[in-house]
Design a protein around this ligand. Structure first.
Ligand SMILES: [Ca+2]
Length: 360
């Protein structure tokens, strides 16, 4: 408990936490849309294109004792938005949670939707014929829900695990929400230039680069959690998987099973054997920022014109954006954006401990 306070305080959030308040949910009650507003240190809003790794991230958030997931919003990405919504509802029910799910954009802002079903399976969950959920999505559109949740929960931690279409639409409709978000943890990008769609780009940014650019230039306090952080030692290897299966409970079984196709696809893609979990790593950092061990703050822009480097997250790592010779290119960023915190390394032991505690 104290640990969490210390970790949040490292990032100087725009909220204060009473030392003994984290155990108490002093809700303000439902607003006109039925959305509960919680005191800010515990409020989490998750935007997801729910497929197999998203589901594990949702389980982590829903099981983490010190936060409350206020709402989940879905968007077209890994799978279509209807399937993503079904998958999110299924995961919420599996956790026995009572969190509203709101369906959002059916396609990127300007481009045709391109799914990642080759990686996650046709249903996003490895095609194991999971039953339909009992609940239905909320009546609000995800874009409206995002605006309402942020307005009702200033300082909310926003976690995006998907193409950024919903958030870009919300920012276009109400730009002032950017100043009310405490942290915006974005699973996306390939700041080291080794993407999972092209050498330049990671899927969430590549599939809707215009939306990603809108978000990065919005003034939101973005923490960029790139795809490369989910490789190598961060992958769940055979021993990790056996350990999780040994928990012998429904959530642990589901977390491994729904990633069966993703495990095969990851092997085809990288030659690495195991389950790579980009969204849960971003979630672990949202829940415990100390999982990220090396950070630096930079202006980041997104390539939207080139075909070769579409969706590339261009990080001004040497801080040359405001040099006179570069200003012409970077003016839109300098005028509107704030520097994003880019995560370069993670504590893999701590990340896996966070995961295991959610599944056990
Ligand atoms: Ca995702």
């Amino acid at each position: 408990m104290c640990l969490l306070v210390r970790h949040f305080s490292r990032f100087e959030p725009p909220f204060t936490i009473a030392s003994n308040s984290l155990l108490h949910y002093d809700t303000a009650g439902p607003d006109q849309f039925g959305l509960l507003s919680y005191s800010v240190a515990r409020a989490l809003l998750i935007d997801t294109d729910t497929a197999s790794d998203d589901a594990v991230a949702l389980i982590m958030a829903l099981r983490f004792p010190e936060v409350r997931v206020v709402a989940i919003t879905t968007v077209a990405g890994n799978v279509g938005v209807q399937q993503a919504t079904r998958n999110a509802l299924y995961t919420v029910e599996l956790c026995g949670a009572n969190v509203p799910v709101y369906a959002g954009a059916e396609k990127p802002l300007l481009r045709a939707h391109q799914s990642a079903t080759w990686f996650h399976g046709r249903d996003g969950f490895g095609d194991h014929n999971y039953p339909p959920p009992h609940q239905s999505p909320g009546k609000l559109h995800a874009v409206e829900a995002i605006i309402e949740v942020i307005e009702a929960n200033p300082g909310v931690v926003l976690v995006t695990l998907a193409p950024l279409t919903n958030l870009a639409l919300a920012l276009a409709k109400k730009p002032s929400i950017a100043a009310k978000v405490g942290r915006c943890v974005v699973m996306g990008g390939a700041p080291c230039c080794e993407g999972n769609v092209t050498p330049a780009a990671e899927y969430n940014i590549w599939v809707d680069p215009e939306a990603a650019r809108t978000v990065l230039l919005s003034g939101l306090p973005v923490e960029l959690i790139g795809w490369q952080l989910s490789r190598g030692d961060a992958v769940l290897h055979k021993d990790d998987i056996a350990h999780i299966q040994g928990f012998n409970n429904e959530l642990a079984r589901f977390a491994v099973e729904c990633n069966s196709r993703a495990r095969q696809a990851y092997m085809e893609q990288t030659g690495e054997d195991g389950i790579s979990l980009p969204d849960p790593i971003a979630m672990s950092i949202a829940l415990d920022p100390s999982v990220g061990t090396q950070w630096s703050a930079h202006y980041v822009d997104v390539e939207t014109h080139s075909e070769l480097t579409r969706g590339m997250t261009v990080v001004d790592r040497l801080s040359v954006a405001d040099d006179d010779r570069n200003k012409a290119v970077w003016t839109p960023v300098l005028d509107k954006a704030r520097k994003a915190k880019v995560c370069w390394t993670i504590d893999t032991k701590r990340w896996k401990e966070t995961l295991l505690s959610a599944l056990n």
